[in-house]
Design a protein around this ligand. Sequence first.
Ligand code: MN
Length: 447
Amino acid sequence: MTATLDRTHDAALRSWVASANDDATDFPLQNLPLGMFRRAGGRSDGGADAGAFGPGVALGDQIVDLRAATDAGLLPAALADAVAEVAAHGGWNPFLARGRALRQALREALSDALREGAPRRADWQATLVPQADAAQALPCKVGDYTDFYAGIHHATTIGGFFRPDNPLLPNYKWVPIGYHGRASSLGPSGQRFPRPNGQTRGPQDEAPAFGPCKRLDYELEVGAFVATGNPQGRPVPVAEAEDHLAGLVLLNDWSARDIQAWEYQPLGPFLSKSFASTLSPWLVTPEALAPFRAPWTRAEGDPQPLPYLDGAANRAGGAFDIRLDVLIQTEAMRAAGLPHQRLTRSNFRDAYWTFAQMLAHHSSNGCNLQPGDLFGSGTMSAPDPSQGGSLLEQSRNGKEPITLANGERRTFLEDGDSIVLRGRCERAGHRAIGFGDCEGRVLPAVD
Ligand code: MN
């Protein structure tokens, strides 16, 4: 990873958009994440009058409308053409496919135009749309979605429920474990979905039954989008893998634990995962994340990775230092006007594999990755089991309910529960950035 810092990272940089200078914002001028939005005319549900989704960049509580900036002649021709391609495609895929230089050119153009004292402020001001007045789509059209299992603390705790003496299977420390997920049910923050129905069989049941999931869970994950793909049969070496990554989002991989327990052998998760997965809508680029890289290490006594998964750059800075939080708001909390309450805090730095290793492994058999493909990291739990990235861990496999501040108890999710994921990067000498909310809510099962 060549995490070069430049004038766009200067911690002293301020924007003439006042909300971007708020210490609490996830979207200061140093972030500039990429998203797809449309003006909703005050309607957050879109509608016939809302028009097509187009590219935007978050800044404070505003969105810079890149179509408007193009129409006003505010972007250089190469960027204007690329923005038009994104609008026509309905996602950032074609832009990201062209690699790092184009992303960097857009970042520099916006950083220079939106900083205090920049010329043409009035013209740029006219491109701003309040985030509160916009509806969002996913940043890319996702062709394929792969979910990994790089959270070793999660894997160890879950494995321990079933195999107390041998929680990790023999392959775990050698292979970045994953399964192919479902792209069609991915949705942006604000996703609402019914509790899934499915086939389950409890330990005391003679035969399985079909009905609403009773052990519905969240999973705290980080997602990565693929920028440039690779031709089929041509693996991406780990040393080049970072060049194929477009940036990160937050990902809630909702999971039906009782359906999963009955279906997962021998081929892995299927309907226990494919009913819904919620993503934060702003793609935080590798450029924005450059100040928040961390070394990747292997614990003493653990096997070192095979050569195709190892490299100096990956060890020096392949990890990301991102503080991750999960919050819950129940129906009763909402009715009482209570805000979301934190359930868990962990850090993406603790992942057992980096996204560069996951990408190199994914392509190592010749599998072709494509622009806009999505990877999930796997559930990111802290080393302390009380800070598990799922309720399965926090309730000790459903045996020990957790008690919320208002006295309600949870082993798994109830109808009406809203879960928010948050991610934040903070480091001395740098402006903190974040990912924005990744929120989703469980609705009652459909008959
Ligand atoms: Mn998962």
